[in-house]
Design a protein around this ligand. Structure first.
Ligand SMILES: *Cc1c(COP(=O)(O)O)cnc(C)c1O
Length: 235
């Protein structure tokens, strides 16, 4: 288990997390540069984001649109990449398409079409990842693995989306072996897509508690909140 982040400053916690990433990469013979650290700043104030930014952090993940917009508008523009990692409702697609660089939680055609339709013309295509419900949990977001190829084909038709990879949140409270099975299934799905579409290469998986296992199985983006910013606030 990682040490309590509350005793560290945010820059120290980022350095510590980066160290964990480096060690996990080393242990599985991977290059550290293959794994991007996404700082998940949901519920955290602008001052926390700016502290991380001033330490060199440039990729931030947010789940709640209004909470995110309050920060995005006050942050430096141009060199931060904002990643939407929360559940997406239709009525939020316009604002998400206009304010984010990445969406990790795409899981249905309707939302994909709305995001593409609302992506402003002056911006590059929105980078999207398809969320897979890899642990086959009832009432959980994400497309079933069996439905993945169909959604991939639909997303690839959309002019203002760029499909970059896959994302998952494995079921909580599973054994490490079960979790690795889920991560490996994701890697296999990504590899199969990548064989046909070379640009589908990202694998967004791994959070504070399961970062090592995710990296061992091929994660290219880890989404870390608690270990960087401490326990979440209520909104
Ligand atoms: C909150 C959240 C995270 C960060 O989780 P921690 O356990 O705090 O690191 C990562 N991914 C998603 C989709 C989240 O909602």
């Amino acid at each position: 288990m990682s040490s309590s982040p509350t005793q560290q400053t945010i820059p120290q916690a980022i350095a510590h997390t980066q160290q964990r990433i480096n060690e996990a990469c080393q242990a599985s013979g991977r290059n550290t540069k293959e794994v991007l650290l996404l700082a998940v700043s949901k519920t955290k104030p602008l001052s926390d984001v700016m502290e991380a930014y001033n330490h060199g952090q440039r990729h931030f993940g947010e789940n709640y649109l209004q909470d995110a917009l309050d920060k995005i508008e006050h942050c430096p523009h141009g060199d931060i990449e904002w990643h939407f990692i929360g559940a997406i409702q239709s009525n939020k697609t316009k604002s998400i398409a206009a304010n984010f660089d990445w969406v990790h939680t795409l899981d249905r055609d309707k939302i994909a079409r709305l995001l593409s339709q609302h992506r402003p013309a002056h911006l590059p295509p929105l980078k999207v990842l398809i969320q897979v419900n890899i642990s086959q949990e009832a009432n959980k977001n994400g497309v079933a693995l069996e439905q993945l190829n169909k959604l991939v084909e639909q997303v690839l038709q959309l002019p203002n989306l760029s499909l970059c990879g896959l994302m998952c949140i494995p079921a909580a409270g599973q054994s490490e072996a079960t979790q690795s099975q889920a991560f490996n299934a994701m890697a296999t799905a990504r590899d199969q897509l990548k064989a046909t579409y070379a640009h589908i290469e990202q694998l967004s998986m791994g959070m504070s508690g399961d970062l090592n296992g995710a990296i061992a199985c091929g994660s290219t983006m880890v989404r870390v909140g608690t270990d960087i910013f401490g326990a979440r606030n209520t909104l």
